[in-house]
Design a protein around this ligand. Structure first.
Ligand SMILES: C[S@@+](CC[C@H](N)C(=O)[O-])C[C@H]1O[C@@H](n2cnc3c(N)ncnc32)[C@H](O)[C@@H]1O
Length: 262
């Protein structure tokens, strides 16, 4: 019988990195030294370069070194309210809930969901375990803080932590725990040009059902009201029937309510 991709087991990468520093910032030199130590490019075959320069920290393809890379830029997030990007009528905030105050994102990635939620007014704590992704997020925060007005309005409710609940981090209970694990691709080779998700995938691999279940079990110890799990529309529903489902074009948000406290 043919196995589906998510039965094939997880693939976690520890890719060699080319680390390039053209910056005078101490924070950049410290982060670059850490990444060089963790992901040595012993054979000079790194496919991804982390480039530290005055614009920030960028991921670039070593095959296309001149091509503009990817940076975390919170200042560029579309700030339209009404029916726009920051509307609470979108499927994600609908799943999180109008009356919710605090959200814990256990799989933060580049924090686009987490920061968008904090821009919508939720108090968000975001955890990310990959040191490469964390270095980009921390640099994004550093640059966003330089715009004091922006940070006061949108960043004050946002808290980023490097860490992993499956490996020692023990965050405080939050009303909602949000999970967006790396789901295996539909097809092994995508015809699409590498976007942000493909980039994360090439850095951190993907999680299988067992790992997502482990995360889910941890989430149920921390979530006060509910767990919200993001899944691609092509994936089947998670292990048990969700209480509610909010559908987007490519993804859906499965809501699992917690049993009432006794
Ligand atoms: C699909 S991405 C999340 C994308 C994110 N929602 C965004 O908007 O940018 C999944 C991320 O979760 C992280 N991750 C997976 N398991 C984790 C864990 N146990 N603890 C912390 N981070 C984890 C991966 O390193 C990866 O960066």
């Amino acid at each position: 019988m043919c196995k589906t991709t998510n039965e094939l087991g997880s693939v976690h990468h520890n890719p060699p990195l080319e680390v390039i520093v053209h910056s005078e910032l101490d924070a950049h030199h410290i982060a670059a030294a850490e990444l060089s130590g963790l992901y040595p490019n012993k054979f000079g075959d790194a496919k991804i370069a982390v480039y530290f320069n005055k614009e920030g920290v960028e991921l670039r393809s070593t095959q296309k070194p001149k091509q503009k890379g990817f940076r975390v830029n919170f200042l560029e997030i579309d700030r339209r309210t009404g029916a726009g990007n920051l509307s609470r009528k979108q499927p994600l905030p609908k799943a999180i809930g109008q009356s919710t105050e605090s959200v814990l994102d256990l799989t933060a990635g580049f924090c686009s969901d987490a920061f968008r939620l904090s821009m919508m007014g939720y108090k968000v704590t975001a955890l990310e375990r990959s040191p490469i992704i964390a270095a980009l997020v921390e640099d994004g925060i550093r640059r966003a803080k330089e715009d004091r007005k922006f940070w006061k309005e949108f960043g004050a409710r946002f808290n980023f932590i490097r860490g992993d609940v499956l490996n020692g981090n023990n965050p405080e209970p939050h009303e909602v725990v949000y999970l967006d694990p790396m789901f295996p691709p539909k097809r092994k080779k995508s015809a699409l040009p590498p976007g942000r998700i493909q980039l994360i995938q090439s850095l951190v691999g993907f999680d299988n059902h067992k790992e997502t279940l482990e995360l889910f079990n941890h989430a149920s110890k921390i979530a006060i009201k509910k767990i919200v799990l993001k899944r691609p529309t092509y994936a089947q529903e998670f292990n048990k029937k969700p209480t509610h489902v909010f559908k987007g074009k490519l993804v859906r948000y499965e809501v699992y309510l917690q049993p009432p406290a006794t």
